[in-house]
Design a protein around this ligand. Sequence first.
Ligand code: GTR
Length: 329
Amino acid sequence: MLRTGRRGFMIGSLCMLAACDRAPRTQMFANDTHPRDYPTVRAVEYFGDLIERRSNGRLSIKMFAGGQLGSERDTLEITAFGGLDINRVNIAPLNAIEPMTMILSLPFLFDSIEHSRRAFDGPPGQAILQSLTRHGLIGLCYYDSGARSFYNTYGPVRTPGDMRGRKYRVQNSDLYVGTVNALGADATPMALGEIYQGLVQGVIDGAENNWPTYQSERHFEVAPYYSETQHVMAPEVLLMSKIRWDKLSRADQEIIMESARESVPYMRRLWDARVVAARRAVLAAGAKVNEVDHKAFQDKTRPLWDRFVTTGRERDLVRQIQAMGGADA
Ligand code: GTR
């Protein structure tokens, strides 16, 4: 029976709403160690808005920022087991899971940020992302993490000799441990959230990171000497649990992949602005930046390439990445 008039229209609309409500909705939980205003968190939220819009509200993301769910290493395990749907981590904690990820964390692999972006976006980067599938993780995209440099509580570092015997915090990765030890310092793996107190109490003398994290974690307050080694330009990775992924329709998987890719240029815009702002803010707050003898750092860390790049396939990827360097297109 056709309903007519205002009341009939309202009943019809409510039925439609009820039917809509019955359409299965999937809210996915996402994790990030950084606070809400950090570029990675904002990019994941942007990605969430895109998938919500494109799926007419069926898919959405609830973000748990600020490391409230645990260290990156712990949350990675939870993600692989399906307890967490989306996770944004640095590539370093993936080094212990998939050796191919170490390639992008090799010291002095990239000539410039542009070179690193070409490698992430191109075939080598994409092959490394896909290698995660066999570990229960779908690599959706890379986000920028800029260049990491050493900073400390005691004074400017110009050559590796200035780090000798000092304790430097590293991420949980044998490659990072090897890098710092090769420079003559004492590598101390530690979670990000423990660094500030570690520096205050003298458990460590220094750490290494990009400008935005150095600022956002307030490490500049206690370790004001930032020496621009720029020894690593490894990316951040946006991951999804394969268990959740396999439950989605092909169409929804496409929405997710496409939205993740589209969030990359958005993230890069935020990132570039944040690097400049963070550098300016910490220098205004009293941090001291200095140049270093890059060659001395490269010479000491180069043997790590042979130690950590062990298969023919990995060596081939390194060669492909090197061929993408040089003059910026
Ligand atoms: C940051 C990165 C984090 C985390 C952190 C660290 O640059 O965005 O995901 O890896 O470094 O050093 O623990």
